[in-house]
Structure formats: structure tokens, C-alpha cells
Design a protein around this ligand. Structure first.
Ligand SMILES: Nc1ncnc2c1ncn2[C@@H]1O[C@H](COP(=O)(O)OP(=O)(O)OP(=O)(O)O)[C@@H](O)[C@H]1O
Length: 258
């Protein structure tokens, strides 16, 4: 298996506060690393360091064996795309979906002008949005649809690594599932390499191959998913798992059928 991402001894300090304390982890190509931990443990900070949005105080990051320099080139910026909790963070409200997608495609020279329209339509189809959506603006869509468009924008530039930071947490419960299923489908279809942050262990169980646990800026566990859920290594992981409420078993086999 080929290594995609390597984080080595990365630290971030805010004044005297240590947000990331000597973090090291690896992620294999075409695998999903689920990152969990309580609020304030440093998950988003780590995601932003990897994406190049924060410069760490120390450490090294490599992607596909290429060191990510402090000032990243256009090609390096393209390689890592991020999806945020709030899709509006990556969608310009003044641009139509066609403009949002074609700008990314042309800026990173993914296709030439003659091919843009076709590619925009393909991207929308991938995230289950109708072609007519190309002429609409972000505010004309629901929160779940906006997140789908943000996913299409991120995928448009064919990144080597997709980082999703709590991508379903701000959505209505009723649409969380369909967006999660979309991630699952895209992971299979496109062989994505993903860092997926969630405080929801059910979500992490569904999407991840490996699970990393953070606490107070430190990595306290990094294990294959099955190992993490069956026999976690750290006390803190055990606490997290014990805090998950168990669903009562349905009294009739198969549950409700309507
Ligand atoms: N720009 C900043 N200046 C000072 N402290 C910061 C800054 N950004 C983050 N922090 C602190 O660093 C710690 C880690 O924050 P981070 O957002 O990475 O945590 P998180 O695990 O993603 O939490 P959440 O799940 O609530 O998003 C927190 O204590 C936060 O208050």
C-alpha cells in the first residue's frame, strides 16, 4: 500500500497555549482516516495545518512523498481540498453554481474552456443535483444541497486528499444521512483518500478505515477501525465509546416497514 499523507512531529502554539503537540500520523492512499476527539482537542487545527491554512511552529508534512513547503504552489494547493461544516465557507454567494465550478476547473487547468460546461454537468450529477442547478445561486439551495455543491467544487480539481471537517454536523438530521451516504459512494467510485473529522462515532464507524483520537492537542490513539471499536488502546477512547448511547433493539424483527 502506498503512503499518501505523512504528518511528522507537527506542533502549533497560540501564545503559551499548545493546540497541537508533536502530532505524527500516516494515511495510506485510497483510505479514510476518521479523526475524533472532544471539542477543542485540536482536530480542526490539524486539518487546517494539513490544508496549508495554518503554518505549524514545527514538523513536516508530505503528500505523495512531496514535502509541502510553507508557501504552497498552485499545484500543491490544488492537491488538498477541504470541506467545512458550513458549506457557505467555500461557496461565493454572488456566483452561480456554473461560475463556482468553472472557476475552479479553469484556475487549476483541469479542462479547457470547450470542456467546462460538460464537466460542470458531470460534477453535479456525481453529487445528485439536477443540471438546471448550474444557473442557480447558493442561497437558492437547501443546506444539504449546498454541502453537495461544496463537495462537487472540492472534487472538481481532482485532489489527492480530501479533508472533510464535520461536514454533516450543521445539517438537519434528515439530510445528514444522505450526505454521509454520498461520501461513502464517492469514496468507492473515486477511490478517494480522505481525512474525515466528526464527533459522531457512528459516522466515523461508517466511513473510516483507520481512526485517530485526539485529546488536548495530542494524538492518543491511531488504529484500524475494527481494532478501535472492538478493543481501543487508550483509556480516553474507551471513555468516548462508553459515552455513545445504545439504541434499543427493535422489538419486531426487521423493525418498522412502511
Ligand atoms: N486562532 C486561535 N487563537 C487561539 N487559540 C485558538 C485559535 N484557534 C484555535 N484555538 C484553540 O485551539 C484549541 C483547538 O481548537 P480546534 O478548533 O482545533 O479544536 P477542535 O477539536 O476542532 O474543536 P471543535 O470540535 O469544537 O471544532 C482550542 O482550545 C481553541 O480554542
Amino acid at each position: 500500500m502506498e503512503l499518501a499523507l505523512q504528518v511528522k512531529n507537527v506542533s502549533v502554539h497560540y501564545g503559551g497555549f499548545t493546540a497541537l503537540d508533536d502530532i505524527s500520523l500516516d494515511l495510506q492512499q485510497h483510505k479514510v482516516l476518521g479523526l475524533v476527539g472532544e471539542s477543542g482537542s485540536g482536530k480542526s487545527t490539524l486539518a487546517r495545518v494539513i490544508a496549508g491554512l495554518i503554518t505549524p511552529d514545527g514538523g513536516e508534512i508530505t503528500l505523495n512523498s512531496q514535502p509541502l513547503l510553507k508557501k504552497r504552489s498552485r499545484a500543491q494547493r490544488k492537491q488538498i481540498q477541504m470541506i467545512f461544516q458550513n458549506p457557505d465557507a467555500s461557496l461565493n454567494p454572488k456566483h452561480s453554481v456554473r461560475q463556482i465550478l468553472s472557476e475552479a476547473l479553469l484556475f487549476h487547468r483541469i479542462v479547457d474552456r470547450a470542456q467546462v460546461e460538460k464537466r460542470c454537468k458531470e460534477l453535479l450529477a456525481k453529487v445528485h443535483i439536477e443540471e438546471s442547478g448550474l444557473d442557480r445561486f447558493p442561497h437558492e439551495f437547501s443546506g444539504g444541497q449546498r454541502q453537495r455543491i461544496a463537495i462537487a467544487r472540492a472534487l472538481s480539481v481532482e485532489p489527492s486528499l480530501l479533508i472533510a471537517d464535520e461536514p454533516t454536523s450543521a445539517l438537519d438530521v434528515s439530510v445528514q444521512r444522505s450526505v454521509l451516504e454520498l461520501f461513502g459512494k464517492l469514496k468507492e467510485e473515486l477511490n478517494l483518500t480522505m481525512l474525515f473529522i466528526s464527533h459522531d462515532l457512528g459516522v466515523i464507524h461508517e466511513i473510516s478505515d483507520t481512526v485517530a483520537v485526539m485529546r488536548q492537542g495530542r494524538l492518543v490513539e491511531l488504529n484500524p477501525k475494527d481494532r478501535f471499536f472492538a478493543n481501543p488502546e487508550s483509556e480516553y477512547s474507551l471513555e468516548l465509546l462508553s459515552a455513545v448511547p445504545r439504541m434499543p433493539k427493535p422489538s419486531t424483527p426487521g423493525g418498522l416497514t412502511t
